[in-house]
Unconditional design. Sequence first.
Length: 138
Amino acid sequence: MTMPGSLPEPEAQAGGALPPPAPGPLTRLPAQLMELLQTRLELLSTELEAEKLRLFGALVQMLLALLLAGGALFMASLAVLMFCPEAWRGWAALGLMSAYALLAAWAWRGARAQLSRPSGLFAATVAELARDRASLGG
C-alpha cells in the first residue's frame, strides 16, 4: 500500500519486473568498445592481407628474375669459356666460379640484412590503438 505523494515500489510496476534501465553512457560503453575493437581488428586484417599480397608478388618477381638471370649467366659463362684459348680455359672457369661465389655471398648478406630490419607491419593499427588509448584517458 502506498501513501499519497510517495512513489510506488518498483515491484508493483509491470507485474514484479524491474523496468529496463534508461540508455546512458554506461550502458552504451560495452557496445562502443566492441565496435571499436571490431574496427581495429578489421584494420589489422586489411594490413595483414596487403602485406601478404605484397610479399607474394615480390617473391614471384624475384623467382622469375632469378631464373632468367641464371640462364643468362650460364650462356655468358659458356661464351667466355668457348672463346678462351685452350690453355686458359681452366683458369677462366676458376675465375668465373670465384666471381659467382663472391656475388652469391654478397647477395646472401644483403638479403639477411633486409630481413633483419623491421618492416613497420601493422603501423596503422598500432597508431589507431594509441589514439584510442589517448582518447579514453589512458
